[in-house]
Design a protein around this ligand. Structure first.
Ligand SMILES: Cc1cc2nc3c(=O)[nH]c(=O)nc-3n(C[C@H](O)[C@H](O)[C@H](O)COP(=O)(O)OP(=O)(O)OC[C@H]3O[C@@H](n4cnc5c(N)ncnc54)[C@H](O)[C@@H]3O)c2cc1C
Length: 454
């Protein structure tokens, strides 16, 4: 199976509903995009003020974007990193941000329980493994980083301790942190849809918004006039009029196996369902599912010319081959288990790699996104923040450093295409060089970091 949105979406059999926008309607809040950002924003607004008329406008169906396709890491990452924010906002603000994200992981779990969502949550922490000498060097640097930012929770593990958690072939060392859970991405979407519908939020699917103007979301067959319009389109934002260069849509691809036999699990371990990643530059992430599969993802073909975004997740054969080879190198015992499904999705990357959330009071337009592949938890914090901003509430989360961040826009084409492909080509090359045994991070990767603006 290739494409068809994702394995997760197919498992819950999701598809468009019949309620679409036809004509013009009035609302208090119109939200464009029914991924986690849009859904969490609607959820907290409806919770706080049940009298609000909230309309969610979705081009395809809830969960069609990254929210229905991701790796299922509900984790506490500060997108863009602590050090950058410390330079602009000071250490204390970063610590508050980190603690808020740690708590966000638990908030999602609390709401999922309270609302009876079956999101298959396992909070087993997150394991990072170093698989060659250059990666080991970066693991040591991360240990030093972790001592500067203990709130994130990372502790160093020996190779033996890491392999006891998950037996990844070739592990030389690891780091682990507790503020992370694996989830079933699409089941969280479905649970949120049910929760917002119970609160009277109107979800209009099959409704593509063409442009957002002050107090208006204008779609093909009508418009919503509202005091506030929230842009929650993340990786698809480039398709909206006037937003072409706001966030670059980067592709991420995944494969998932059929269930592995018990003998394989006896060898691999992974009893705590930690999320799992390595320290390669191209970056790979993985989870074990409750029904005994391994899902593993990586960058694949990073970017399509002109910021084009989607074809229902269909994935190049070369990407499927690369991810399968990676899976087998981590877990040789998985060679005899077939790959069940491959898919891709887009995530939004701001020029400074920092996620942002905000509300412009003069236009009534709010936004959140630019999570660069770390939005599963951050969307919840964004949703709560947007709800507070819309309701004019000044709270502990409305002055976190990511609120109202503005950054410059991406370069025009063809520069953007050349840069994106050049950067990821360079990361791939650096990984191949390091795999041959060099002890230091390849200079090629350092240069790619500089060009990328990370
Ligand atoms: C393959 C992959 C793996 C990932 N893994 C992880 C992970 O393990 N952990 C993590 O934290 N993050 C991960 N991410 C990122 C994470 O999934 C996203 O940050 C998060 O889901 C963003 O949610 P969102 O609601 O902002 O955007 P989306 O879920 O993309 O939702 C945007 C919605 O807007 C709709 N839309 C777009 N344009 C319009 C329009 N013009 N009119 C109406 N509707 C529109 C889309 O159809 C879509 O449903 C991953 C992403 C991908 C692609």
């Amino acid at each position: 199976m290739n494409g068809h949105v994702s394995h997760w979406i197919r498992e819950i059999d999701a598809g468009p509903g019949t309620d679409t926008l036809d004509g013009s309607i009035d609302a208090d809040v119109a939200i464009v995009g029914a991924g986690y950002t849009g859904l969490w924003t609607a959820y907290y607004l409806a919770e706080a003020d049940p009298s609000l008329r909230i309309v969610l406008l979705e081009e395809r169906f809830a969960g069609y974007g990254a929210s229905g396709r991701n790796g299922g890491w509900l984790t506490n990452t500060i997108t863009g990193g602590q050090d950058g924010y410390a330079a602009t906002h000071g250490r204390e603000a970063v610590v508050r941000f980190q603690l808020a994200l740690n708590d966000t992981v638990d908030e999602v779990i609390r709401v999922a329980e309270r609302e009876g969502m079956d999101a298959e949550v396992h909070k087993g922490g997150s394991l990072l493994v170093a698989l060659n000498r250059a990666q080991l060097g970066r693991a040591r640097a991360l240990e030093r980083h972790a001592r500067r930012w203990p709130e994130e929770g990372y502790v160093a593990l020996t190779a033996g301790q890491a392999r006891e958690r998950v037996n990844v072939a070739g592990t030389l060392a690891g780091l682990w942190q507790p503020h992370c859970a694996r989830i079933h991405p699409a089941k969280l979407v479905a649970g949120l849809v049910a929760a917002v519908r119970r609160r009277g939020v109107r979800l209009l699917e099959g409704t593509r918004v063409e442009r957002i103007e002050p107090h208006r979301a204008i779609a093909e067959r009508g418009e919503v006039r509202a005091s506030v319009v929230i842009r929650a389109t993340e990786g698809f934002t480039a398709n909206l009029k006037g937003e072409h260069r706001t966030w670059m849509p980067l592709n991420s691809s995944m494969i998932i196996t059929e269930p592995l036999p018990d003998a394989a699990w006896a060898e691999i371990g992974w009893a705590e369902f930690d999320t799992l990643e390595d320290l390669s530059h191209v970056y790979a992430y993985s989870q074990r599912t409750p029904d005994g599969r391994i899902a593993i993802g990586g960058r694949g073909k990073p970017y399509r010319y002109g910021s084009r975004t989607d074809n229902d997740g269909s994935t190049a054969a070369s990407t499927v081959r690369d991810l399968t080879a990676l899976l087998h190198s981590w877990f040789p015992t998985a060679r005899s288990t077939p790959i069940a499904h491959a898919w891709s999705g887009v995530l939004g990357v701001p020029r400074n790699w920092r996620a942002t959330v905000g509300l412009d009071r003069t236009t009534g337009i709010g936004w959140a996104g630019g999570y660069v592949g770390t939005g599963v938890a951050a969307t919840n914090l964004a949703g709560r923040t947007l709800a507070d901003l819309v309701l004019h509430r000044s709270t502990a989360i409305t002055d976190l450093p990511w609120v109202d961040q503005r950054t410059r826009r991406w370069e025009v084409e063809p520069l953007r295409w050349v840069a994106a492909h050049g950067i990821y080509g360079a990361y791939g090359l650096a990984d191949r060089i390091e795999a041959r045994g060099g002890a230091r991070t390849s200079a090629i990767a350092r240069i790619a970091d500089l060009i990328a603006g990370r």
